[in-house]
Design a protein around this ligand. Sequence first.
Ligand code: NAP
Length: 339
Amino acid sequence: MNTNRQWLLAKRPDGMVSRDNFEYTETPIPEAKSGEVLVRNLYLSFDPTQRGWMVDRESYLPPVAIGAPMRAGSIGQVVTSEHADFEAGDLVQTTGGWQDFVIAAPEQGPMGLTKLPVGVTPEMMLSVLGITGLTAYFGLLDLGNPKPGETVLVSGAAGATGSVAGQIAKIKGCRVVGIAGGPEKCQWLKQEVGFDEVIDYKNENVDVRIAETCPNKFDIFFDNVGGDILEAALNHMNMKARIVMCGGISGYNATEPVPGPANLMNLITLRARMEGFIVLDYMPRAGEAIVELLGWISEGQLKYQIDLQEGFDQIPDTLQRLFTGQNLGKQLLKIAEPF
Ligand SMILES: NC(=O)c1ccc[n+]([C@@H]2O[C@H](COP(=O)([O-])OP(=O)(O)OC[C@H]3O[C@@H](n4cnc5c(N)ncnc54)[C@H](OP(=O)(O)O)[C@@H]3O)[C@@H](O)[C@H]2O)c1
């Protein structure tokens, strides 16, 4: 291969993100300078937050510029190294973007450049031990502070983040109720993952079903969805409930500003707390989470699912899968084999 295939951001989205927002191009392979490495991307991570990066507004990271390769987390292999800590062949995690090759350095981009720990697969590093696993871990434990016997409600429950958050709550001795779309995902949560109850928001009345499945109301709501599901949940809080605002995917492709829940004042009467967070703030503590998550996986207490697509041409369509609920578990795409 002697060119760098890329998908560039061509047009900012209005409504559902689609292939039309991106443009395919080929450019020369870049060269690493002193302190840098040239990485060939092997696996790309797909994350709902990428939809936010496409919009020109203030956020926790600057927007992707029009004409730039779309930003994405990745696992790749070092091709050439001008950095003393890396050598050709190393498997590394970085923010490789939608392209074959990227110039990376340890202090560069939101994920820097780190070697994969020995024995950890790229799939694990981009899911349960990566951004989604760490989000579940720190969001639930730091913000939710679960105690044995409490009831934990999770939305987006069959997804990469939600399924791990729910399982950590089970490990901590909580009763866990998940909200997910469709019978297949609900069945997986109840029969394979071990959630106590599930609510199929596509086929059931969420407000009614939360009342049925949480007879003692809930103490923690780990919310990935926002919108109507958040509003329904706010009707079923216990005193001193904690709402962990992880994401609001139901509004990410909205064309109008998303209204807030009409019943927000329930937080006052119930002395409840609602708090947002960004997992990048927890990166200095990633090591402690990875050790504990790995322990739970090896003891069979924590399951994870990978939805692996293949092919460079599939990149734009793979992002859309997150917003149609087609993904079964962490959405990844493989674009090359290691050498
Ligand atoms: N705060 C942070 O630092 C942080 C970090 C990572 C992720 N997040 C957030 O965590 C959430 C989950 O991300 P993930 O990477 O783990 O993705 P994911 O849950 O694996 O995939 C996204 C899922 O969202 C659900 N969904 C899509 N549109 C929806 C809608 N309109 N209403 C309800 N559900 C909808 C779909 O599941 P169904 O089939 O069940 O609808 C889809 O499978 C997102 O909100 C993301 O922004 C936050």
